[in-house]
Design a protein around this ligand. Structure first.
Ligand SMILES: *[C@@H]1O[C@H](CO)[C@@H](O)[C@H](O)[C@H]1NC(C)=O
Length: 392
């Protein structure tokens, strides 16, 4: 008998156990309006949003930050971790409005760093970029501008049903992250707005971009060095510069790009369709195991393009060749119309020719006729119906 606990003690221990796990771990919600934010589009609500973040990040149980309908004027929001819990949801019914004055923000506006387990759901982020675009177009000296939404050095991120409007610079950046899922994202900016890439991914692994619509003035999606295991599916792009791997090889020592799938994408009136681009200068970078599958091109200037001689203003690379090695790139079921005669262009590095390029079931027309293909330092195979006739 001596060692046995009484049934009452056992019951109360069980009760305490359930009480502490169920009640103390109950999710908490912080409404930014209760913390002082004003949905009038002009009162600076930055402090209220940061206060909500501080509470959510310090919470030991799952936390939701709720942003109701209305317009919230916000300066830089630095949402920094690490946090005490790995289940923070930011649910936005309203619009976050950036300062239109492009001298107010630094390099980013809404920026998450060192967080784990953050879901951003709904909402409109209005970057108010037109003033900066006009400044850049005028040839005056202007700041680079702020990225609208950035995740850096973070893991297990979900972005769902979010709209990014008129970003000053890139709309969404994923940098140094693992396991990021974006779905139902809308990006919208003028087709002439400079440097307004839709989604930029770099130094990240396990990023998925699904069911998204991107209309902007630069790349719809740009894929930088150190991107691996990227999955892009069901994306509509245009206006914009297409889906682009690169620019790669700007630095002599650079992480490569590996295992990228772009599946079911539509390009409408874009400058490029699917592109791989590298600087014409020495680098140990690479791009390999890339699949472009089921793409529709509607009046696209360069539907399929590899350009290894990128050297803007001929600065820092004349006379040099790209060190970036491009291999195992497959184009499968790509069809539609080209806005220029050359619809397939592989302009690879003389020092590092492209290898194992595969064209399978490609049909691209120019003015209702077969388009043309051009290959320089590119080797590979073609199978199925391929038009323009392959030059590999
Ligand atoms: C390639 O990436 C996908 C995710 O996009 C992943 O499921 C797959 O396992 C990766 N393949 C390799 C060989 O790493």
């Amino acid at each position: 008998m001596g060692n046995q606990r009484s049934p009452q003690l056992v019951l109360s221990l069980v009760f305490v156990f359930f009480y502490s796990t169920v009640v103390l771990a109950a999710p908490v919600t912080y409404n930014v309006v209760s913390l002082g934010a004003k949905a009038d589009g002009k009162t600076d609500s930055t402090q209220a949003f940061l206060a909500a973040w501080t509470k959510a990040c310090a919470s030991v149980s799952p936390a939701t930050i709720y942003v109701p309908a209305g317009r919230f004027y916000l300066r830089q929001l630095a949402f920094n971790g690490p946090c005490k819990n790995s289940a923070i949801i930011i649910r936005i019914d309203g619009t976050l409005v950036a300062p239109s004055d492009y001298n107010v923000l630094g390099n980013n506006w809404v920026a998450f760093s060192h967080v784990n387990g953050v879901t951003l759901s709904g909402g409109i982020l209005d970057g108010q970029g037109s003033g900066l675009w006009a400044c850049k177009a005028s040839g005056k000296s202007c700041p680079n501008g702020a990225t609208t939404l950035e995740f850096s050095n973070s893991n297990n991120i979900v972005v769902s049903g979010l709209t990014s409007l008129n970003s000053k610079m890139f709309h969404i950046v994923v940098n140094g992250c693992q396991n990021v899922k974006m779905q139902g994202v809308k990006v919208s900016a003028d087709g002439n707005s400079p440097n307004t890439d839709g989604i930029h991914v770099q130094l990240s692994s396990g990023v998925t971009i699904l069911n998204s619509k991107i209309r902007t003035g630069d790349d719809c999606i740009s894929i930088g060095p150190g991107t691996t295991n990227l999955w892009i599916e069901n994306v509509a792009c245009g206006p914009g510069h297409g889906i682009s791997i690169g620019s790669l090889g700007k630095d002599s020592n650079e992480a490569g790009v590996q295992n990228v799938t772009v599946k079911t994408a539509t390009f409408t009136g874009t400058q490029n369709g699917v592109r791989i681009k590298s600087w014409g200068r020495p680098s140990n970078g690479f791009a390999r195991n890339i699949l472009f599958q089921h793409a529709v091109m509607v009046n696209v200037q360069n539907p399929i393009v590899i350009d290894q001689n990128y050297c803007p203003d001929n600065k820092g690379c004349p006379g040099q060749v790209s060190g970036v090695k491009i291999s195992d790139v497959t184009y499968q079921d790509i069809h539609g119309s080209s806005a220029t005669e050359v619809a397939v262009k592989f302009d690879c590095s003389s020092g590092n020719p492209c290898s194992r390029i595969r064209l399978e079931n490609v049909k691209l027309t120019y003015q209702n006729q077969a388009a043309e293909a051009s290959c320089i330092h590119a080797a590979g195979t073609s199978s199925g119906f391929v038009q323009p006739t392959s030059c590999l």
